[in-house]
Design a protein around this ligand. Structure first.
Ligand SMILES: [Zn+2]
Length: 195
């Protein structure tokens, strides 16, 4: 058989295969009996969706790149890795980067900086009306830094506390303090830990 003769057969086979996949996907839904929906999601029985997902994942992996930036502070070796696929994903990424220790030194607790305090306030949040003439409507209050234009957090939490913005009257401030309790002397710190 020549290639010219074989081609239609191959095309037909390909078409049949495509139809079979289509039937598997669509047909399953069609055969569903009343009450069948209570069982596991039917996509799990087919497998083709998972194959698609794997293929997409694999495809993405091959295109994934990493940009590496080292802390801009002289002598610091902290490094940041950012994964991206397209160049436009990192278009807004500043070339200069500083690690947490050097970008927010006041927030990092240390022997010399054993206590930090942050103050949050409740900021009102509004939505615009249906028409341009409607006044903005108050939808609630959200936590944000004191002095900021608006708040974004309905709940603020950390170890040992949780503050739900909706629970307090406007004007409430949240004062969060973290304090290190260092050992009495430096000699204590170098001792072997007792068990
Ligand atoms: Zn640094």
């Amino acid at each position: 058989m020549t290639l010219a003769h074989a081609a239609p057969a191959v095309a037909l086979l390909a078409a049949l295969t495509a139809c079979t996949v289509l039937l598997l996907r669509e047909g399953h839904r069609g055969r569903r009996k009343p009450g069948h929906g209570q069982q596991r999601p039917h996509s799990q029985h087919i497998g083709t969706a998972q194959h698609d997902r794997d293929a997409i994942k694999e495809h993405d992996m091959t295109r994934r790149r990493t940009i590496t930036r080292t802390c801009a502070t002289t002598g610091c070796r902290e490094t940041s890795f950012v994964e991206y696929i397209a160049r436009r994903d990192i278009a807004d990424l500043p070339a200069k980067w500083q690690c947490y220790r050097h970008s927010k030194p006041d927030e990092v607790l240390s022997v010399d900086n054993a206590q930090t305090t942050a103050v949050l306030a409740l900021h009102p949040s509004y939505v615009t009306g249906y028409t341009r003439d409607d006044p903005p409507k108050l939808i609630g209050h959200f936590w944000g830094p004191e002095g900021a234009e608006k708040g974004n957090h309905g709940i603020v939490q950390g170890p040992g506390f949780r503050a739900i913005a909706a629970d307090y009257p406007p004007g409430t401030r949240l004062i969060i303090t973290a304090r290190l309790e260092l050992p009495a002397t430096t000699a204590d710190a170098t001792e072997e830990p007792t068990r």
